[in-house]
Design a protein around this ligand. Structure first.
Ligand SMILES: [Fe+2]
Length: 180
């Protein structure tokens, strides 16, 4: 089955707009973390990596006097809800499988419970846990992980590499199907 590539998702103008806010470096780092965790935990790598890349695309910029106001953000943030909706719309536009778009969207919706009046401990699926863990691995105090920089060209190079790693896993799966 042909899948929407990470590079094509990343280059889309919608992704470019929103990942500039939450940080390209963070998005690519979390996508790589999700790849490793998904392989280790036998979770769908394609879904985990796409959700990881897009997990923070719902962020709004909480600036006050030129600086990120972390307290304001904690009080009013709903980035997981907005991100889930934006990612779903984007993936469907790019021709993603509908079920895949739904799973990715749900993993984004539940990658944090900081905006919810209850916690999600023990309630996430394996895929949702991988995305949450991949994000937590890159988290820094006061949201500093959103400010780490990465050139667009470097991000494209890394995502192209990740696309190849996912395609290589797919071909191993296909070989196993044929030989069984
Ligand atoms: Fe994040």
């Amino acid at each position: 089955m042909s899948k929407v590539k990470l590079v094509d998702i990343f280059k889309h103008r919608v992704t470019q707009k929103y990942l500039q806010r939450s940080g390209v470096n963070h998005a690519v780092t979390v996508a790589y973390n999700a790849f490793d965790l998904a392989v280790e935990q036998n979770v769908d790598v394609n879904l985990a990596v796409k959700a990881a890349l897009l997990h923070d695309m719902g962020h709004y910029e909480w600036y006050r006097d030129g600086k990120w106001d972390y307290d304001e953000y904690r009080r009013h943030d709903i980035h997981a809800i907005k991100g889930a909706e934006r990612a779903h719309k984007l993936l469907i536009r790019l021709g993603e499988d509908r079920l895949a778009a739904k799973e990715v969207s749900l993993a984004i919706l539940l990658h944090t419970d900081s905006y919810l009046p209850f916690d999600l401990k023990g309630k996430r699926t394996a895929l949702q846990r991988v995305v949450t863990e991949a994000d937590n691995m890159d988290e820094q105090p006061k949201g500093l992980h959103h400010y780490k920089e990465m050139e667009k060209s470097e991000a494209i190079k890394l995502l192209r590499k990740l696309d190849k790693k996912i395609a290589a896993l797919d071909s191993i799966d296909e070989d196993e199907k044929i030989s069984s």
